[in-house]
Design a protein. Structure first.
Length: 137
C-alpha cells in the first residue's frame, strides 16, 4: 500500500512537472516581444523653465507674474482657462489670431506673430503647471 501511495504521489508530481515545464504554444517569444518604434513624445521637450521664460517675455505684461492677471489682462490661472474649458488649442489660437474681448473688460488681445507654435507649446506647459498647483484641475 505504502509503495503504491508513494508511486502515485511521484507520478502526480511528474505529470504536473511536465505540464508546467513544457512551453505551451501560446507563450511564444513573439507574443512577449516589446513593441519597438520611436518614443511617443517626438519634438522638442517642453520644460517649465523654457515656458516660464517665454511667458515672462511675451505674456506677463498683460497676464501677470505667475499668470495671476494685471490691469491689462485676465489671470490665466483661473477656472475659465482650465483644460476642459479652454483646451490647448485656445492658447494657439489666442496667439495666432488674437482674442476678442468676451469674458472680461480688458479689451481685445492682439495676435502675437513673433511667438511661434513651439514657443506656445512651452508656455502652455508652464501655465498648466501653475493651474495644477492652484488645484484648478
Ligand atoms: C497686450 C495684452 C496681452 C498680451 C501681451 C497677451 N494677452 Fe492673452 N489675453 C489678453 C486679454 C485682454 C484677454 C481676454 C479677452 C477676453 O476674454 O475678454 C486675453 C485672453 C487670452 C486667452 C483666452 C483665450 C480665449 O479663447 O478666451 C489666452 C489663452 C491667452 N490670452 C493667452 C496668451 C498668451 C499665451 C500670451 C503670450 C504669448 C498672451 N495671452 C499675451 C491680453 C493679452
Amino acid at each position: 500500500m505504502n509503495r503504491i501511495a508513494v508511486f502515485s504521489v511521484v507520478a502526480v508530481i511528474a505529470v504536473a512537472a511536465i505540464f508546467f515545464l513544457v512551453p505551451s504554444p501560446t507563450k511564444s517569444p513573439q507574443g512577449t516581444a516589446a513593441v519597438s518604434g520611436p518614443p511617443a513624445t517626438a519634438g522638442p521637450a517642453v520644460t517649465l523653465a523654457k515656458g516660464r521664460t517665454l511667458f515672462l517675455q511675451n505674456c506677463m505684461q498683460c497676464h501677470g507674474r505667475g499668470a495671476k492677471g494685471t490691469d491689462k489682462g485676465p489671470p490665466l490661472v483661473h477656472r475659465y482657462y482650465e483644460p476642459n474649458h479652454h483646451g490647448d488649442i485656445a492658447f494657439y489660437l489666442a496667439v495666432e489670431r488674437g482674442v476678442r474681448q468676451h469674458h472680461w473688460r480688458f479689451g481685445d488681445m492682439k495676435p502675437l506673430p513673433r511667438v511661434k507654435r513651439g514657443d506656445v507649446a512651452q508656455i502652455i506647459g508652464y501655465v498648466r503647471n501653475l493651474q495644477r498647483k492652484a488645484k484648478i484641475f
